[in-house]
Write a protein of this length. Structure first.
Length: 91
């Protein structure tokens, strides 16, 4: 009986990690679109920022965005997704 509880607990952790990957992908997608003060998606962007920034900021300190001409490519989201997927596979 106890083993069943551990397995289901690990499944919940796995699903939470997968949900976080979806949140990271959503953050990446909304970053491609300009947000204006009156945009109806602005609250969603703020929530995504609050959920992801605690993970992404330390990665950015180690791996700053790459400059490519007049733009910068932020690799922190890719690193975070890979790290979360590795952790999820270990659970």
């Amino acid at each position: 009986m106890w083993a069943l509880g551990v397995v289901s607990g690990l499944s919940i952790v796995h699903y939470i990690l997968q949900l976080y990957v979806i949140i990271l992908v959503a953050r990446a997608l909304v970053s491609w679109f300009p947000m204006h003060a009156g945009s109806p998606l602005l609250p969603v962007v703020r929530v995504l920022d609050r959920l992801t920034e605690p993970v992404l900021a330390p990665i950015r300190r180690i791996l700053p965005p790459l400059r490519a001409g007049g733009m910068a490519i932020d690799l922190s989201i890719i690193v975070a997704i890979v790290a979360v997927e590795i952790i999820a596979s270990l659970v």
